[in-house]
Design a protein around this ligand. Structure first.
Ligand SMILES: Nc1ncnc2c1ncn2[C@@H]1O[C@H](COP(=O)(O)OP(=O)(O)OP(=O)(O)O)[C@@H](O)[C@H]1O
Ligand SMILES: [Mg+2]
Length: 369
């Protein structure tokens, strides 16, 4: 947008607006640009003409938390300009943003001679902005508290489960020794694998609540991963009347296999739950291009409810389940993101849902070097 049609100019008489346009300094950012840092002197007001500026506050651990965003036709930096206090947050413009800077003294002079309605308009904009920022901040705060709570709960669960898990493991080892026949051996191994898996899942949630996934990457043949997945879930699928079809060619990716198994578990688990006991079809296929290995997971269930489609991968978004925590897809996304991959989905009511997980192949090679 051009400067003369910016909302801030509409607050003033034509001559005052023309004067502000004349003294404004236009700036454009070719790349991500620090506009000002928290604590700096507030010497001008910024009118956003295009692009986006993100505001964040420094946290104790030297990280930044985003508190607001300003887009074209918004303005920022007015609080420090009006009360003379230093900047209360850091502002960073995305590449391609343009804005106009108006010097503090010139602005104050113009405001002093402007009619009351200009000041009122400015106030109502500031109040709206404070409201939005507060809402966003409270939302983020509640989210963080929930994560802390999840983390504490899971730590307790892991702690308390360790001794019964050790008991199950030892018992199955004894059974293995007592019954050397092939079938008993297989069942005992399955018991041990499942126990291991339960601990792994709990640790996964713990890592997620702490905000980072620790990957133990190695070359993984997705054929074996999917065979393992099928073996671990055979009994579960039978009980839920699920037909599982796996179509896979030999594809090797550099990945944390246990974590990929948990992505599959979360997504296939959702499909099975969506069948609601009536059973259905789940098809997992692996294809590849030069750059990507793609795992698609299709189910012919009822589809993702419209109400949550836009927020599906956000934590605590759940729908239509009595015991859903809304963490399954969020954890899946955090794992895929940690692999520098992509997760998307297509879903149609009463027709079914397909999730697509893309894992980079080129990246893996580059990382090995
Ligand atoms: N394949 C699917 N078919 C239909 N709905 C789905 C499917 N996958 C996810 N959903 C919907 O998306 C919601 C969010 O899924 P997500 O796995 O993130 O959480 P959840 O399953 O509710 O809880 P949790 O996985 O933590 O036990 C589900 O509650 C369900 O309504
Ligand atoms: Mg789930």
């Amino acid at each position: 947008m051009d400067l003369a049609s910016h909302r801030f100019m509409s607050y003033f008489e034509p001559e005052q607006a023309a004067h502000l346009c004349q003294i404004a300094i236009l700036e454009s950012c070719d790349e991500e640009t620090l506009v000002f840092e928290e604590g700096e002197t507030a010497d001008c007001l910024y009118l956003v003409l295009s692009g986006e500026v993100e505001f964040s506050k420094r946290l104790e651990n030297n990280q930044y938390q985003t508190i607001a965003v300003a887009k074209a036709d918004a303005y920022f930096g007015e609080l420090g300009v009006l009360d003379g206090e230093p900047r209360s947050a850091r502002a960073v413009a995305v590449a391609g943003s343009t804005f106009a800077k108006i010097d503090r003294e010139e602005l104050i002079k113009t405001l002093q001679s402007a009619k009351g309605s200009a000041v009122l308009e400015m106030f109502s904009f500031i109040i709206q902005k404070l409201r939005d920022t507060t809402d966003q901040y409270v939302g983020q705060f509640v989210h963080k508290q929930k994560m802390v709570l999840v983390g504490e709960m899971v730590s307790t669960i892991i702690h308390d489960f360790k001794s019964p898990f050790t008991g199950i493991k030892l018992s199955s080892e004894m059974l293995k020794e007592m019954h050397p026949d092939e079938e008993s051996q297989e069942w005992c191994e399955l018991i041990q694998l499942q126990v291991q898996r339960m601990l792994g899942m709990a640790e996964e949630v713990l890592e997620f609540s702490r905000g980072h996934s620790v990957l133990h990457k190695k070359p993984v043949n997705l054929i074996q991963t999917l065979q393992q997945f099928e073996k671990l879930n055979r009994v579960y699928f039978q009980a839920a009347k699920v037909d599982m079809v796996i179509r896979v060619t030999e594809v090797i990716v550099e990945a944390d296999e246990n974590k990929i198994l948990r992505v599959l578990q979360n997504l296939v688990g959702n499909a099975v739950e969506a069948f609601g006991g009536r059973g259905g079809l789940v098809e997992i296929a692996v294809t590849q291009s030069e750059e990507w290995a793609e795992i698609s997971i299709y189910d012919n269930g009822p589809g993702i409810p419209e109400e949550i489609k836009e927020k599906l991968f956000e934590p605590f978004v759940t729908y239509g389940k009595r015991t859903g925590t809304g963490l399954g897809t969020a954890i899946a996304k955090s794992i895929v993101d940690a692999h520098k991959g992509e997760i998307t989905y297509e879903s149609e009511e009463q027709k079914g849902t397909t999730f697509y997980i893309r894992l980079p192949k080129i990246m893996a090679l580059a990382e090995q070097v």
